[in-house]
Design a protein. Structure first.
Length: 319
């Protein structure tokens, strides 16, 4: 993993993460066997990639370097990333490009809806970069995308993974009014690690965001996730579970942090599969309707199958 800076060419290529170029390398331990995945090379993967490119779309699968892209795209499951490929935040863990984004693409909601139709998705996940440059943080664009998918694919369920809309008064209400089936916002890590891992965000603001969704519309499923292996302690993870349950969050995901480049935050340790299984058991005892905890768990991994389980769990609990 190397970050290259072109100091020779006349038309220099801007580094993907300019704010990290001068940081010293952060070395992570070698990956254990349970982390390794196969390179994507199937026909299904190629077909999904073609549809994404033909519609001029960005996916978080590619931009964030998700290890599950081969498996998901082979099944024609892709997570669309709206509002461009450039984020206004510079989190220490994320591989999405950072800088000043361009203007919103007015036709993007329709392009997402058309790709959802062509892929035959029964459940679609839509996320975005942080857009702190926009007055509403991109809330109306999220709402337009939800409405466009509903119009083109009326039976498709919609899951959104949003930024925190920090200091964007009224933004959350705009998105919630569009009635996504699942509202996901990731905490990413325990509160003690925010300063080094997620410095542009505020832990309790994110908790309140998720709580507010339930206050606006209790029928919307809420979901959040964290990464482990960033230096957190077990008791801190358990406290995050309690905080999320206090906000009535339904679905928790826990996955292993993987370092995108040596300029990003180092992996402090690889959490074992047995530890993930332990986290899952504890989370269920705390009252979550659905829990996914494993080394390769990601927010949108198996999202469609998990949504069906989430619905069934709600029905079972109501009996």
């Amino acid at each position: 993993m190397v970050v290259l800076v072109d100091t020779v060419s006349v038309n220099q290529v801007r580094p993907r993460h300019p704010e990290k170029v001068n940081r010293p390398d952060a070395l992570s331990p070698p990956k254990p066997d349970w982390i390794r995945v196969r390179a994507p090379n199937t026909r299904g993967y190629a077909d999904t990639r073609k549809i994404v490119k033909e519609n001029g779309l960005v996916t978080v699968c590619e931009e964030a370097g998700c290890p599950n892209i081969g498996e998901c795209w082979d099944k024609k499951h892709a997570t669309f990333m709206i509002m461009g490929d450039t984020c206004t935040r510079a989190c220490a863990f994320c591989n999405v490009k950072t800088g000043m984004p361009g203007a919103l693409e007015a036709n993007e909601p329709e392009h997402v809806a058309e790709a959802t139709f062509k892929l035959g998705l029964t459940h679609v996940v839509v996320t975005s970069v942080d857009r702190d440059d926009l007055a509403d943080g991109g809330a109306e664009h999220f709402a337009q995308t939800i409405r466009a998918i509903r119009a083109r694919c009326p039976t498709t369920t919609i899951e959104i993974l949003t930024p925190d809309f920090l200091r964007k008064e009224g933004a959350l209400e705009v998105v919630a009014a569009a009635k996504p089936d699942v509202f996901n916002h990731n905490l990413e890590t325990v509160p003690a690690r925010y300063l080094t891992v997620r410095p542009g965000a505020r832990y309790f603001h994110s908790i309140r965001l998720l709580q507010r969704v339930k206050e606006i519309d209790p029928t919307i499923f809420t979901k959040s996730g964290i990464m482990v292996g960033l230096g957190e302690e077990r008791h801190e993870v358990l406290q995050v579970m309690d905080d999320l349950r206090s906000a009535e969050v339904d679905f928790l995901t826990i996955g292993q942090y993987l370092q995108p480049t040596r300029k990003h935050h180092a992996v402090m340790r690889y959490v074992t599969p047995d530890e993930f299984a332990g986290y899952e058991k504890v989370a269920y005892t705390k009252g979550f309707l659905m829990v996914s905890a494993s080394p390769l768990t990601r927010s949108s991994h198996h999202a469609g199958e998990d949504f069906a389980k989430l619905q069934a769990a709600r029905v079972a609990r109501a009996r």
